[in-house]
Design a protein around this ligand. Structure first.
Ligand code: VGL
Ligand code: ZN
Length: 284
């Protein structure tokens, strides 16, 4: 993962925090470590760590994270102080190869999301957090199959394979994701009768998660959104953020989508129509 675009400037305190985070993972200087080849060799729990070790090293052997920290202090700005990163649902069940609802390419963004986390003053993680037998599971409906669409009291609901059940390994954050101690975690989807794609509101649009109140208390005016899945939880989180009045930026190369028929195109169109901005990190 490389430098961020110029509009993504950082604060010195985020850089200090980054130093604390990075210490938790081994900063081994390994050149040319082939993470593709390692996929079949390392258990998933080790793979996240191994990938970070590689990503921390530039071609010239300089730690990329150190270079970003230097940029961080240089680019420190008032607007950065008022922004928050929302990391959406980077949980084992959404990651190939073993996740119950694996998002294609989901593994490719875990390390990049961790790099992003280190560059923000405020980070909120969302966690899909369903009770067993949740109404969004196809298994809870007679004669339904995963990815069928059904009509419920609050509108259309896609039915999913059982996923992110509270207390299971699939519900846990990916071991490759840096989760610092002092962060807000928004759990969603715990109401047995209502699904929740957005990190702000349940799908019935009536009950809030408390995220808005937190961001407002922190004087946040800009949210960056990254994670899984682009065409569902990232999309609905970004649409709600924009509707609530935040400047909303999707970090596109730190997202991957489920990709049901038409869902990626629909997400692109809806997000653009809503005036949501897109940025990429550079030179991953
Ligand atoms: C998600 C489907 C069901 C997501 C969560 O995180 O995008 N998608 N639950
Ligand atoms: Zn879910």
């Amino acid at each position: 993962m490389g430098e961020l675009t110029s509009s993504q400037s950082f604060t010195a305190s985020a850089a200090r925090r980054a130093r604390t985070c990075v210490r938790q993972t081994p900063n081994v200087r390994v050149r040319g470590l082939n993470t593709e080849a390692m996929r079949g060799v390392f258990p998933a729990s080790e793979l996240g760590v191994a990938m970070r070790a590689r990503d921390d090293v530039d071609d010239d052997g300089v730690l990329a994270t150190r270079r970003r920290r230097e940029l961080a202090s240089a680019r420190s700005s008032e607007s950065r102080l008022r922004s928050a990163l929302l990391v959406i649902d980077v949980q084992n069940d959404f990651l190939p190869p073993d996740g119950a609802l694996a998002v294609p390419g989901g593994n490719e963004i875990v390390s990049a999301c961790s790099d992003l986390v280190e560059q923000f003053e405020r980070v909120v993680y969302s966690q899909d957090y369903h009770p067993a037998g949740h109404s969004s599971f196809a298994s809870s409906h007679p004669n339904a199959a995963p990815y069928d669409v059904t009509t419920v009291s609050y509108g259309e609901q896609t039915l999913w394979p059982d996923h992110c059940v509270q207390g299971t390994k699939g519900c846990a954050f990916s071991p490759g994701l840096v989760v610092t101690d002092k962060v807000m975690v928004v759990r969603k989807g715990y109401n047995p009768a209502v699904d929740s794609y957005s990190a702000f509101y349940e799908n019935d649009k009536s009950s809030g998660t408390g995220l808005r109140e937190y961001l407002d208390a922190e004087n946040v005016d800009t949210v960056y959104v990254a994670g899984l899945a682009y065409d569902f939880c990232v999309k609905y989180t970004a649409l709600d953020a924009k509707r609530l009045g935040y400047r909303t930026v999707i970090v596109r190369d730190c997202c991957r989508g489920v990709g049901l028929p038409g869902t990626m195109e629909l997400a692109d169109a809806e997000l653009a129509a809503a005036g949501i901005e897109f940025e990429d990190t550079v030179g991953v």
